[in-house]
Design a protein around this ligand. Sequence first.
Ligand code: AMP
Length: 115
Amino acid sequence: MSDSCLFCRIVAGEIPSTKVHEDDLVLAIRDIAPQAPTHVLLMPRRHVSSLADLTDADGALLGRLFAVSADVARAEGIETDGYRVVSNHGRAAGQSVEHLHLHLLGGRAFAWPPG
Ligand code: AMP
């Protein structure tokens, strides 16, 4: 855990969040500023700064993150219409919290390419 990392503090329970799933590897919470009717953030419990820090050794973690995103999408009722899963790395992509997370977005239509 990094004391200065917002999501590490959420994982540790020091900052409140609205949890939708938690297990030994992953925490999923509702985004505080939702960009769609469903906007859930899925993050590893342990600190990983971004996509750029992932290695082959993180296969089980990545599998779990995507499997949980599919479970949450089903539970949120957005599977049939469709949804988007994205992760931002770095300034140009708009990453604002340096703790790896997937955005699960659904409940409306999305443009492609993204803005
Ligand atoms: P990103 O900009 O891709 O790094 O995504 C960070 C996300 O974290 C944004 O969508 C923020 O709205 C969200 N966020 C920031 N602080 C909190 C918080 N305390 N609880 C839940 N979501 C948050």
